[in-house]
Design a protein around this ligand. Structure first.
Ligand SMILES: [Mg+2]
Length: 181
């Protein structure tokens, strides 16, 4: 079995949602970035936890997952966000830009159909804050059909926590690819 993909969301995972007072956790540092297509005098403020880069590298260095951005930041994840966390240039899933007013236009995460097609029959662990019960059912069905699939869903106001990455490495370690290594 191939190493599973590690699909990484950004908003609500690496960039937490602000609390009611509009602030980010004290662990996070402020950066102003200029996404593709935006003018330089109109940057976007993001809050990132430098520990996340180190924690993700600990997982990536095991060689037991293939990390890929899966975020509406698209290629800006690679060029803007990753470097702020000292992450290497990771590839990204080339998500479309659907005209939707909800992230669950069909009751499940809008990214999922694209991810499903992109993955084919590859195993995957997917970290995103925005799954619904239908996404969890999709993952369970893939797993039951012999394609190990784990969804990890942080609270978007807290974002990625170290224990989620422990869960990832524990899950990956029990897969046949890890046992054969
Ligand atoms: Mg998100």
């Amino acid at each position: 079995m191939r190493p599973p993909y590690l699909l990484l969301d950004i908003d609500g995972v690496l960039i937490p949602f602000p609390d009611a007072a509009g602030s980010a956790p004290a662990t996070h540092a402020r950066h102003d970035v200029v996404p593709t297509g935006r003018s330089a005098d109109n940057p976007v403020t993001v809050w990132l936890n430098p520990d996340h880069g180190r924690l993700l590298m600990d997982v990536i260095r095991t060689g037991l997952v293939t990390p890929v951005w899966c975020t509406s930041w698209r290629q800006d994840a690679t060029t803007l966000i990753g470097p702020l966390l000292d992450l290497p240039a990771l590839p990204h899933v080339d998500l479309p830009r659907p005209q939707i007013t909800t992230s669950h236009p069909n009751g499940y995460l809008w990214k999922r159909d694209h991810v499903d097609a992109w993955l084919g029959d590859a195993p995957a662990v997917w970290i995103d804050d925005d799954f619904t019960s239908l996404d969890h059912a999709w993952a369970a069905e893939r797993t039951a059909e012999g394609t190990p699939t784990l969804l990890v869903q942080p609270d978007p106001h807290l974002g990625l926590q170290p224990e989620y990455l422990t869960e990832v490495t524990t899950w990956v370690a029990q897969l046949p690819v890890a046992r054969a290594a």
